[in-house]
Ligand binder design. Structure first.
Ligand code: HEM
Length: 507
């Protein structure tokens, strides 16, 4: 090959690269500037990702820092890789996205690549409209109050087994409550979703398989975090590398388990008042016009309930126990409410638990201070103007709602770092703008499992607070720090506490 050709080819490649970088730079850095929207300076192709890496922050921490930085703005722009994203700070604009303009913002902008991860991508969390609407309509009846009432005995079996275990095992030793509660939520979800007998507390030495699977789902690794991030922001990378959203081995284990149980139940015509009963009903419905509820569509929902409910509920309960140990007055008031309610009503039914006001205040304040889902994402499907600022949003732009930032904003919550359940008492809660308090999201695409989370979380807390004094130990940190490697909010080093058994007078 003549050398001049090689030189020409080399120069052409360099020129092409310069042109490409020039256009990418122009595109990425000018998008928000041209719209006259306050924004973070961003890098070509990489957007604001280098800022996140340099600051050694997680995406949620980075968003919270920016939330404070732009405190006088109702919204601001960033770039996640090459994609422009608009972060909303103004509650009225947030309401307009989640509720009033829902049809234009009905999808999460979550990658839907059924070849890369068929189980996650067939779940109600991941699918896009119109598939989402049909699926959600079918699944919503699973979580009605009537169905929750029927699940109370299943949850009680799990909380009783936890108390028996604690009575025998802890004997005033320091325990990591995150680990302990992980066993309880595994039992609850596997009993209610997979129809399994609760066994997590049966064998102390050898960790029960399902607890281990639950942990593996949210395995702390750079690859897991990166793939989860790509699912929200970089579908092309998911496609190329066939990344799975959660650990593939763990989700496949749950998929196979679900089908084994379902087949056994169908064969024996066994009913248990759990989610499997309802999923079997949906599978056997003969409605020609409706979506087919079979194969992966059905097991994917059970797996997604497990993954969406396991870590979120167990973390919320563990943080609540931590705050009860740090705030003895709150703990005593809660125990008093539990004892008085039991005296008055005897057995704690679904309706009785729902009406326990102080318990609800403690649970809500925990969800505020320890926000499990730090932000929501919605993808704009068609160009639109949002009130009250007549804000023009282009189709394809991701809108981010920074829940953790709103929950710790002193304009909405005085002394936001203080754990104060009184923010949610009858008098004060009326003053909270609902679009500044979004632990379960809001609008038609909110958390489908909110009732389930409240019920299972509260039943577990009632059992512990009634039977055990929750005490700080010498290793309990006075201030929690959070694990950067974890996918969701997780305390670094666990939550060590002492649970001291309360001997009840048997008169
Ligand atoms: C404390 C516990 C929980 C918290 C804080 C939580 C929070 C959330 C949030 C913030 C969303 C997104 C909502 C939105 O985009 O507006 C969500 C969605 C979802 N959650 Fe939960 N969740 C919890 C427990 C559960 C449980 C127990 C289940 C199932 C049994 C569950 C199943 C789901 C599903 C399936 C979705 C997707 C709904 C859809 O796209 O239609 N979650 N959750």
């Amino acid at each position: 090959m003549p050398p001049t050709f090689q030189v020409n080819e080399f120069l052409a490649t360099i020129l092409l690269l310069i042109i490409l970088i020039y256009f990418l730079k122009k595109f990425t850095t000018n998008y928000w500037k041209l719209k006259d929207i306050p924004h973070e300076h961003s890098y070509p192709l990489l957007g604001n990702i280098p800022d996140i890496l340099i600051s050694n922050q997680t995406v949620p921490q980075y968003l919270s820092t920016l939330y404070k930085k732009y405190q006088n703005q109702p919204y601001f722009g960033i770039h996640l890789l090459h994609k422009p994203a608009l972060v909303l700070r103004d509650p009225e604009t947030i309401k307009n996205v989640l509720i009033k303009n829902f049809t234009k913002f009905s999808d999460r902008g979550f990658t839907n690549d059924k070849k890369a991860d068929p189980l996650t991508c067939s779940s109600v969390f991941a699918v896009k409209n119109p598939e989402w609407k049909a699926l959600r309509m079918k699944l919503s009846p699973i979580f009605t109050s009537g169905k929750m009432k029927l699940m109370v005995p299943l949850m009680r079996e799990c909380s009783d087994s936890m108390v028996q275990y604690l009575e025998k095992k802890t004997l005033q030793k320091t325990v990591d409550v995150k680990d302990l509660i992980g066993k309880y939520t595994t039992d609850v979800i596997s009993s209610c979703t997979f129809g399994l007998k609760p066994t997590s507390f049966d064998n102390d030495e050898k960790e029960a398989t399902l607890s281990a699977v639950g942990k593996k789902l949210f395995e702390k690794s750079l690859l897991r975090k990166m793939s989860a991030f790509c699912y929200f922001l970089a579908p092309a990378i998911v496609k190329i590398f066939k990344f799975s959203f959660l650990d593939r081995e763990a989700t496949m284990y749950l998929h196979r388990l679900f089908w084994d149980v379902l087949q056994e139940r169908e064969k024996g015509n066994i009913k248990r008042n759990d989610l499997i009963d309802i999923l079997i009903e949906l599978k056997n419905q003969k409605d020609e016009n409706s979506i087919k509820f079979d194969g992966i569509t059905i097991s994917s929902q059970a797996v997604s309930f497990f993954s969406a409910g396991f870590e979120t509920t167990s973390s919320t309960m563990s943080f609540a126990l931590y705050e009860l140990a740090m705030n003895v007055n709150v703990q005593n008031t809660l125990r008093q409410e539990i004892n008085e309610t039991e005296e008055k009503f005897g057995e704690l039914t679904y309706d009785v638990i729902r009406n326990m006001k102080y318990l609800d205040m403690v649970f809500n304040e925990t969800l505020r201070k320890y926000t499990q889902a730090p932000f929501l994402v919605r993808e704009c499907k068609e160009d639109c103007f949002l009130e009250p600022y007549k804000l023009k949003i282009d189709a394809g732009v991701h809108v981010i709602i920074p829940i953790a930032g709103l929950h710790s904003d002193a304009n909405y919550y005085k002394n936001p770092d203080v754990f104060d359940p009184e923010r949610f008492n009858d008098e004060s809660k009326g003053g909270i703008n609902p679009y500044t308090y979004l632990p379960f999201g809001s609008g038609p695409r909110n958390c489908i499992g909110e009732r389930f989370a409240h019920l299972s979380g509260k039943m577990g807390l009632i059992s512990i607070v009634k039977n055990f004094e929750i005490l700080k130990s010498s290793t309990t940190p006075t201030r929690l720090t959070f694990d950067h490697k974890a996918l969701l909010l997780e305390a670094e080093g666990g939550i060590p506490l002492i649970l001291k058994y309360i001997h009840h007078n048997m008169m």
